[in-house]
Design a binder for this molecule. Structure first.
Ligand SMILES: [Zn+2]
Length: 141
């Protein structure tokens, strides 16, 4: 989750972003809640201090609102150009054990491949994702 978005500072309509209440219900149901940063920046363009601030602030906000410190982080935009060794060191120092990137072959060292589901996807796409159809997804270009 992008913490500032759930605080109301989102480019999306309010009903397109999970509220803290939604997130608390999901967490109570056993869904893992991880960080996707505070503001969804391109970490490929952040210096160490800015990366640290994004990573620590989002983690602290999740703790304040949901009562736990997340240990997983999904890279905003997710491409190899959106993550750096500086960002990876900042993520580890901030307490994240798992960092998800959006490619199998070209993702940065130490990251884990992921795919994603959006509100624009229907049940057919969701089912396909769950079955692994997108597991070998690579970069957008
Ligand atoms: Zn994102």
């Amino acid at each position: 989750m992008v913490t500032d978005w759930s605080e109301g500072a989102s480019p999306w309509a309010t009903d397109e972003v999970l509220s803290w209440r939604d997130l608390a219900r999901l967490a109570a149901a056993g869904v893992e809640i991880g960080s996707h940063s505070a503001t969804h920046p391109d970490f490929g363009r952040l210096d160490a201090a800015a990366a640290r601030e994004e990573l620590c602030r989002s983690r602290a906000m999740i703790d304040a609102r949901l009562g736990f410190m997340p240990t997983s982080f999904a890279i905003p935009l997710g491409q190899s150009a959106n993550w750096t060794p500086v960002a990876m060191r900042a993520a580890k120092a901030a307490g994240y054990d798992l960092v998800y990137a959006q490619a199998e072959e070209t993702r940065s060292a130490g990251t884990i491949a992921r795919t994603f589901i959006t509100g624009f996807d229907n049940m057919r796409v969701f089912s396909a994702a769950l079955s692994g159809v997108f597991d070998r997804w690579e970069e957008w270009g």
